[in-house]
Write a protein that binds this ligand. Sequence first.
Ligand SMILES: NC(=O)c1ccc[n+]([C@@H]2O[C@H](COP(=O)([O-])OP(=O)(O)OC[C@H]3O[C@@H](n4cnc5c(N)ncnc54)[C@H](OP(=O)(O)O)[C@@H]3O)[C@@H](O)[C@H]2O)c1
Length: 262
Amino acid sequence: MKKNNFKGKWAVVTGASKGLGFAYAEQLLQQGINVIGVARNAMPFQALAQKYPDVEVEAINLDLSDPRNCQVLFDKVQKRDIAYLINNAGFGVWGFFDETDITKEMNMIDLNIKALHILTKLFVQKFKTQNYGRIFNIGSVLAGFVSGPVFSSYYASKAYVMSLGVAINTELKKAKSHVRVVTICPGQLKTDFWASSREDKKGTKGKVANVDVFARKSLKKAMKTNRDYLIIGFANKMAKWGALHLPRKWILNSIHRFQKSR
Ligand SMILES: NC(=O)c1ccc[n+]([C@@H]2O[C@H](COP(=O)([O-])OP(=O)(O)OC[C@H]3O[C@@H](n4cnc5c(N)ncnc54)[C@H](OP(=O)(O)O)[C@@H]3O)[C@@H](O)[C@H]2O)c1
């Protein structure tokens, strides 16, 4: 099979009902790839069926923070010829660690870490057997590289996403597999993410990128790249450079100041 010629095959996108997942789903459909969209309420994603009648759209309602539902999802999609998985569903819990809600944080760990881990394992095994397929795990530009005061457990969850994905992708490359796990690291995007991360529902501050533009650019690169992770845009690349090269104390103080002032 020609490497990465996946037109007519299927993609699974988690968190497809809005935001980045919805934008990825739309990009895939435009490229002739059928999409299974997952969310607790995937109905908004189902609406794409009318907009793209030449490709297939399947909506699955599942709460992926229940680890059992990851296996349920995997079993449900077995009848399809899957070539992509986008582990995108995720949320944050913003605030000082001694004040944030432990139940919400555990739920976030179940979704951002456990569900992503289980689905990555199931699909890497499947893709390795068929020797094609790509997994795109959604990390975060700063959180992948540095701790995040006043957003601590969310940053830690995305550090896990980065560490896991880079290690698996290295194994795959060493095994000369065609399968890839690429960690995509967005900066701030204009979605509901920020409002849903906070008790007071306040949005974000600072520069936010257009989610459709980010989805288009990152997907195009992720479909071809041999890299372990992707950062899109000059400002995000500079942020990563700073996180790795500037004095750690200065970076942590800056993040603390920025997150506190949101
Ligand atoms: N926005 C940003 O600035 C930004 C920056 C860096 C990284 N990210 C990452 O990008 C990804 C997408 O975020 P977004 O900005 O698009 O957020 P969003 O607009 O809030 O969308 C989140 C999506 O995840 C789904 N979801 C939430 N809980 C779920 C659960 N338990 N089971 C299944 N689906 C669930 C939501 O649908 P339901 O509510 O119907 O379940 C929705 O489709 C996340 O991993 C986030 O951490 C975002």
